[in-house]
Design a protein around this ligand. Structure first.
Ligand SMILES: Cc1cc2nc3c(=O)[nH]c(=O)nc-3n(C[C@H](O)[C@H](O)[C@H](O)COP(=O)(O)O)c2cc1C
Length: 328
């Protein structure tokens, strides 16, 4: 950058795409703002320009592109509602970010004293009286006084660097991508090693429902086998082997026959399936695993639990050697 060309009064000429990218580094939530047109028609649009302004009086703001079709309705509206979306409302966000279509088709609305559309299932909602409008370049800034609000336990949907995201609270220091990788490492085996974190988390998690496995007299291999068949059955021996390959546990024909002899499995036309006893055994262990999950989830809170699932799915997908799909 050549300093002599910069004037404090004149911005330099920006590359529009790069400027947008830089703004996208500011992580936000995602909202849908709704109101009604003069004819009473429900109007709404997705906005991540929402922000808090004042606590006393309670005020919020958001900005709307001058080009938006909903601008005339918002400009005239006496009231509007801001919906802070929950992390499972990405489809709703996309629906309200598209111009033209009937955005409210098939949506149930909650009752609202101002008569403005109030969407259910959100992380938080702010019912506002439209207080001020300001010029904001190619946008109009709307400031509203919050008349009422509510919030739920649903973790919020986030938007950062042009993509939807879920929040994860920090758990100690996290090395940024630009950090010196050697600085944090004390040796080849360190606390931040992904393999260590995954392995330790896996074993600690399993340890908490091992009593249920012992009660049902199931080995780890039998646990994998029975849980697989509880989702998809009947399966042939080679299909079972393909599904279980990632565990590193080799399931021999002898082991399958032993499970049949114990009354856990039966052989039918299409392959192996669970007997009623096998079904009971796996349901008992899965219930214990679910209870451990619920207990740990309650300790972590819904925001962390949601972020953890999301990141583990990312890793499962990134490391997938091409296993057959278990769930559709
Ligand atoms: C995550 C996300 C955030 C958005 N934030 C805004 C915003 O703050 N202001 C805005 O004018 N448009 C924003 N948009 C784009 C509008 O939602 C989009 O232009 C929409 O079609 C406007 O609806 P309308 O033309 O029916 O008014 C955003 C879109 C997405 C996907």
């Amino acid at each position: 950058m050549d300093n002599e060309e910069i004037s404090v009064d004149q911005p330099r000429v920006f590359d529009a795409r790069d400027f947008r990218k830089a703004l996208g580094h500011f992580a936000t939530g995602v909202t849908i703002v709704t109101t009604r047109g003069e004819d009473g028609a429900a109007i709404g649009m997705t906005a991540n320009s929402f922000n808090s302004v004042s606590l006393d009086p309670p005020m919020v703001l958001w900005s709307l592109a001058r080009s938006a079709r909903s601008l005339p309705a918002f400009a005239r509206a006496s009231h509007w509602n801001v919906h802070v979306l929950a992390c499972d409302q990405e489809a709703l966000s996309n629906r309200f970010a598209r111009a033209g279509e009937d955005k409210f088709a098939g949506l149930a609305l909650d009752p609202c004293p101002s008569g403005m559309p109030l969407l259910p299932g959100c992380s938080a909602r702010f019912q506002c009286r439209s207080a001020f409008q300001y010029e904001g370049g190619d946008h109009i800034i709307f400031v509203g006084e919050v008349i009422d609000y509510d919030r739920s336990a649903a973790p919020p949907l986030l938007y950062v660097t042009g993509q939807y995201a879920v929040a994860a609270h920090k758990c100690g220091p996290v090395a940024g991508a630009g950090a010196d990788p050697d600085a944090a490492q004390t040796g080849p085996y360190s606390e931040d090693m992904l393999g260590y974190l995954l392995g330790r988390a896996h074993y600690q998690f399993m340890a908490r429902f091992r009593p249920a496995l012992a009660e049902m007299r199931l080995s780890d291999a039998e646990f994998f086998l029975l849980s697989l068949l509880s989702v998809r059955q009947p399966l042939g021996a080679s299909e079972i082997a393909a599904h279980m390959a990632y565990t590193g546990v080799e399931l021999t024909l002898d082991a399958l026959q032993a499970a049949c002899a114990r009354g856990l499995l039966q052989v039918q036309a299409g392959g192996y399936s669970l007997t009623p006893a096998g079904n009971d055994a796996i349901l008992h262990v899965l219930a214990a695993a679910k209870a451990v999950e619920a207990d740990l989830g309650a300790g972590m809170g819904p925001v962390q639990a949601t972020a953890l699932r999301n990141l583990l799915k990312t890793l499962v997908s990134a490391s997938d050697p091409g296993l057959p799909k278990l769930w559709p």
